[in-house]
Design a binder for this molecule. Structure first.
Ligand code: DP6
Length: 360
């Protein structure tokens, strides 16, 4: 498919008003997306576990305007209060997707959104937020085009979410979602995420992710700035090749349930992401001393216990601790006894693999 396939033909139906709610999860990348081209095209393919507990719920109430306006017409509420500061981001998103949803200026929208996780947790809400918004808008489009197939609906929701925030396209459908063209993955695309199409060993069912909130403050360097710095980056070319190779390796790892190899790839990806940050110009460090303390504790514990525990990081100081459901008791005890002390105010979130967004 190409971008053009997402530009609709004239709609068959009219719809004057309505309301829709979607709950969309966050995701945690195993192979990281870091670096992008124009129009939110990723510089390399990535894959993520969809989360379950960390989610955004968004409701859009929409009403046809008497006359279409030259600007987008919407109100934005966040956790029960008007939130003017979020509006420019939505405005940019609407501008990017208007070509694909030509009805946007015909309606007034009241957007109400809330997160399941505390807002100053340092957890990025762009993936869950943008995917929830994209799904609500797709619902409105489907009302105007009832013959739309489910598969197209899902692809276009992911396509639109990507234009809001790259990683958001991995939060629509599936427990394991791949985004970005990869030579060894059938159906993979730079335009949208797909459900991982190959076999996955049962050891990955219900995989756990305990998120240790090390630093709940605002990030010093945004993801957009970080992605941009990959353009002149001395190691970018090799990094992009490595991401392709890691995805190829993961195919066997997922099929065989090879946790040792899984751990090696996932931790290497996390550290490579941060190594890219540390070696760009300007360079920056998002890890905190506590992040490194946690990593070292995990390594010590793994060496002494043989547990299949590992970590990954996103663009921040928080640590995602990943482990199989079968080892939950032992690992949660370790986390509580030895890692929670490094969390800001002792806060952490127990999450696990989920299956994607839901209409409420
Ligand atoms: C480190 O999706 O937040 O979490 O496309 O600019 O919105 P934009 O970036 P974003 O980048 C996420 C980067 C990451 C890795 C990942 O999720 O793959």
């Amino acid at each position: 498919m190409t971008e053009k396939d997402f530009i609709p033909l004239p709609y068959s139906h009219e719809h004057s008003e309505g309301k829709v709610t979607y709950k969309s999860p966050s995701n945690i990348a195993l192979v990281k997306y870091w670096g992008k081209k124009e129009h939110q095209i990723p510089a390399n393919p990535s894959i993520s576990f969809t989360l379950d507990a960390c989610a955004t719920t968004t409701t859009i109430a929409y009403k046809k305007l008497e006359n279409p306006t030259p600007n987008f017409s919407f109100d934005l509420w966040f956790e029960g209060k008007p939130k003017e500061t979020f509006k420019p981001k939505i405005e940019i998103f609407f501008k990017r997707i208007e070509k694909y949803l030509p009805f946007l200026k015909e309606y007034h929208f009241v957007i109400e959104t809330s997160n399941s996780f505390p807002h100053s947790s340092g957890i990025a809400s762009s993936a869950s937020g943008m995917s929830a918004l994209a799904l609500c808008l797709m619902h409105i489009e489907k009302e105007r085009m009832p013959s739309m197939e489910k598969d197209f609906f899902t692809k276009k929701a992911s396509f639109l979410a990507r234009l809001g925030s790259g990683s958001a396209c991995r939060s629509i459908e599936g427990d394991l979602v791949q985004w970005g063209h990869h030579e060894n993955t059938v159906g993979s695309s730079n335009l949208y995420g797909i459900k991982y199409p190959y076999s996955v060993h049962s050891v990955f069912n219900n995989y756990h992710d305990t998120i240790l909130l090390v630093d709940k403050g605002q990030k010093k360097v945004s993801s957009s700035v970080g992605h941009d710095l990959m353009h002149q980056h001395p190691f970018a070319k090799n990094r992009f090749v490595q991401a392709h190779e890691n995805l190829t390796k993961l195919r066997t790892v997922f099929a065989q349930g090879d946790l040792k190899k899984f751990i090696e790839i996932v931790e290497s990806e996390a550290l490579t992401l941060h190594a890219m940050m540390m070696t760009s110009l300007p360079y920056f460090v998002l890890m905190k001393p506590e992040t490194l303390q946690i990593i070292n504790k995990i390594w010590d514990f793994r060496a002494s216990s043989g547990a299949n525990i590992c970590f990954t990081l996103d663009a921040g100081a928080n640590v995602h601790v990943l482990y199989p459901a079968a080892e939950k008791e032992e690992i949660i005890t370790f986390i509580k006894n030895e890692l929670v002390v490094y969390c800001e105010n002792g806060q952490y979130i127990c999450d696990r693999i989920g299956f994607g967004a839901k209409k409420m």
